[in-house]
Design a protein around this ligand. Structure first.
Ligand SMILES: Nc1ncnc2c1ncn2[C@@H]1O[C@H](COP(=O)(O)OP(=O)(O)O)[C@@H](O)[C@H]1O
Ligand SMILES: [Mg+2]
Length: 344
């Protein structure tokens, strides 16, 4: 098989394209259909936000892309994950290992459990260079300090021998970002990277990630359950529900006028500074049990607009247009009543 060369992206294929991905988990209690036909793509220099409540399949999709899904119990019965146009699901374990960490890197929510508590951060950052690039300890340490500088950790040279617990949550997440950046990947997947942090620190870490992404022209997939966090940094957004994409859109269009009642519900449940004191809207009910996803639209039991067709027919993800039929590039909705929702 060919090895994908970073410098020769001569093909017009997107950096990453997930096509009709299905993932199920075979457990003692039955089969959980976690991912039910997800398609999305991200290009170099582009940021895709993936939004959805807990359990909607955001992380499982990311794990499938990284090749770190638990198999078993996980299975991928169908789908393609194209990286520079090549299906990673057809690659050997060895080929995938070469991509993981080097070409596609991941940042997790919980930096403290991702870092080794008994090794200094400098050692752990340097390890990337020693193991993957064969640098000496001294060279690796120098590169570790450069990286810490790059992610704006104050007094990097003085702190390189400190241990993870000596850093604040925000600084630890910067270290995770540094580690992901170390081998100059083409794509970073950040799975709820700021969820554990308080709001002001969240914004700083998110800004840093966006800045590095721009400078390096990387693709970025930003997974979150919090629409507020991604507003300023994402180019486009995919909204997931019960393992499907129910709405996709360029980011600003989505805020102005969602085309799916689920997205509308998520938007209405964001706290707004100009509405202090008002009771916050919450989508009623809970996401479905993935072993018995409701027939028709999976969201129908919670949807204020549901009618008979919503209980029987699965709505396809279709292009969303202006009222007069004018194009809305990049927009799609999987709602039988998208027209009423966006234009009504
Ligand atoms: N290792 C596993 N074994 C069984 N089921 C799993 C496993 N990992 C994930 N799932 C199922 O997949 C669903 C989606 O999980 P996940 O992608 O982690 O959701 P989120 O959108 O919160 O990231 C979970 O609700 C769970 O039912
Ligand atoms: Mg998750």
């Amino acid at each position: 098989m060919t090895t994908i060369d970073k410098k020769t992206s001569a093909t017009s294929a997107p950096l990453l394209e997930v096509r009709d991905l299905h993932v199920e988990f075979h457990t003692r209690d039955g089969v959980a259909k976690a991912i039910n036909g997800v398609s999305y793509s991200v290009d170099a220099g582009e940021t895709l936000a993936v939004l959805g409540e807990s359990g909607s399949g955001k992380s499982v999709t990311a794990q499938a892309i990284m090749g770190i899904l638990d198999m078993p119990p996980g299975r991928i019965p169908k789908g393609e994950i194209l990286f520079h146009g090549e299906d990673m699901l057809k690659m050997s374990a060895e080929e995938r290992r070469k991509i993981r960490g080097r070409r596609i890197a991941m940042i997790f929510q919980d930096a403290l459990s991702a870092l080794n508590p008994v090794l200094s951060v400098g050692y752990q950052l340097g390890e990337m260079y020693r193991v993957h690039l064969g640098l000496s300890r001294k060279e690796a340490k120098a590169r570790a300090i450069e990286l810490m500088d790059r992610v704006k950790i104050p007094a990097a040279a003085a702190r390189v021998n400190d241990y993870p617990h000596q850093f604040s949550g925000g600084m630890r997440q910067r270290i995770m970002i540094a580690m992901a950046m170390a081998l100059e990947p083409d794509l970073i997947i950040a799975d709820e990277p700021t969820t554990a942090l308080d709001v002001t620190v969240q914004a700083q870490v998110m800004d840093l990630l966006a800045e590095l992404q721009r400078e390096e022209n990387m693709g970025l997939i930003l997974i979150t359950h919090d629409l507020g966090v991604v507003a300023d940094v994402a180019d486009k957004i995919a909204v997931m529900y019960a393992g499907r994409i129910v709405e996709q859109s360029p980011i600003h269009d989505l805020y102005k006028r969602p085309a799916h009642p689920y997205t509308r519900g998520l938007l209405d449940s964001i706290p707004r500074l100009d509405q202090k004191g008002q009771e916050l809207y919450a989508i009623k009910g809970l996401p479905p049990n993935l072993m018995k996803i409701p027939t028709g639209c999976a969201f129908n039991p919670r949807c204020p607009k549901a009618t008979d067709i919503c209980r029987t027919e699965v709505p396809a993800l279709v292009s969303v247009t202006e009222q007069d039929g004018g194009e809305l590039p990049g927009r799609g909705s999987a709602c039988h009543f998208w027209k009423e929702t966006i234009h009504g």
